[in-house]
Design a protein around this ligand. Sequence first.
Ligand code: SF4
Ligand code: SF4
Length: 75
Amino acid sequence: MKRVVIDQTRCKGCGLCTQVCPRKILVLSNMVNANGYHPVQCTDDELCMGCANCATVCPVTAFEIYKPMPIVVAS
Ligand code: SF4
Ligand code: SF4
């Protein structure tokens, strides 16, 4: 399951999220969105630690962060 979901249509390419990601997995892409910005993309979803730093600083709420739930099996 993806841990970080980015709405690239909302992104304004400000780069704030790229500066606060401790795993350095957020980069501005080469593509251009409908608003003329280079939207951010995640280079390795598996490395995301779900800290939500990116979601906290993003001015346009482009992020959804998901954390895997532990599965407890009763014996
Ligand atoms: S949740 Fe944390 S580790 Fe994951 S992309 Fe955002 S800032 Fe990086
Ligand atoms: S902080 Fe938000 S608007 Fe800025 S580059 Fe990241 S996703 Fe785009």
